[in-house]
Design a binder for this molecule. Structure first.
Ligand SMILES: C[S@@+](CC[C@H](N)C(=O)[O-])C[C@H]1O[C@@H](n2cnc3c(N)ncnc32)[C@H](O)[C@@H]1O
Length: 254
């Protein structure tokens, strides 16, 4: 079967995002799990530079999590506050990947889908701030919902601290409608982060839309790459590495 046929087949997979039985199979096919710094070093970034950004992350992360939790509490959202305060090791390594990857890529343009409350957006924006350059363009539904379908009840990205907002653009609507026209306007992008709808069909749609706009050396990150084969197939098709930090996948365009 050709890769194009495999991709078409994947796009017809059921739209149920949680695909438990495939999870171990995909994990076996992927290389062993890595830390954020290991994965980025394996993609060709300078190890010493990465370690410096990792030290920055370790210093700033507790303060930024506390800010997110405080903002959620002030907004009367105890669930979001608990999520920010009770951060897990695996989700923290994912945030580290976003922060360190953004520092190392030195992007002018970052695109993110599915910011929800804006926890990941805050780390992306903090990295842009520390680089002193770049903008984050985020895309979410006007009625943002978490992975379990609970409505955020706020505008997407509402937890992002005020001092980081001057680099932040949010576009509302289904990425099936909003993403391609926005990418055409943006032209070249440096980093793309998928965290919206994790069906094979939707993930492949977003990867395919973003890839032609991603500059050589640019980075593609996707959350939940073991829910279906989309990231594995996409990286195989483009003959680029499949690295992962927990369930977050990362690759780099040659
Ligand atoms: C799992 S949440 C993302 C979590 C978030 N990145 C964070 O840091 O907490 C998924 C998000 O994708 C959004 N989403 C789902 N389908 C979408 C679509 N078709 N277009 C745009 N956003 C979508 C949801 O509204 C939700 O905000």
């Amino acid at each position: 079967m050709t890769l194009a046929a495999i991709l078409q087949k994947a796009a017809r997979l059921p739209t149920v995002a949680r695909d438990g039985w495939r999870y171990p199979v995909l994990r076996i096919q992927a290389r062993r799990e890595q830390t954020a710094v290991e994965a980025l070093a394996a993609l060709g970034f300078d190890l010493e530079e990465l370690r410096g950004y990792e030290r920055d992350f370790d210093e700033l992360a507790p303060g930024l999590y506390a800010q997110l939790a405080e903002r959620a509490r002030a907004g009367g959202d105890e669930l979001a506050a608990a999520r920010a305060a009770g951060r897990s090791e695996s989700s923290e390594e994912g945030k580290k990947l976003l922060y360190v990857g953004t520092r190392a890529t030195r992007p002018r343009t970052v695109v993110e889908t599915g910011p929800f409350n804006g926890a990941s957006s805050a780390f992306l924006l903090r990295a842009l701030e520390d680089n002193g350059d770049g903008r984050l363009h985020s895309f979410d539904l006007s009625e943002a919902r978490d992975a379990l379908g609970h409505p955020a009840g706020r505008e997407p990205g509402w937890l992002v601290p005020d001092e980081l907002r001057h680099r932040f653009n949010v576009t509302l609507g289904d990425t099936r409608e909003t993403l391609r026209p926005a990418l055409r306007r943006l032209g070249e992008i440096d980093l793309f982060f998928h965290d919206s709808l994790h069906t094979a069909r939707h993930m492949l749609f977003e990867f395919r839309a973003a890839w032609p706009h991603l500059r050589a050396g640019g980075v593609l990150v996707s959350d939940d790459v073991f829910w279906n084969p989309a990231f594995l197939l996409f990286t195989r098709l483009h003959r680029v590495p499949f690295r992962h930090i927990g369930t977050m996948g990362v690759t780099r365009k040659r």
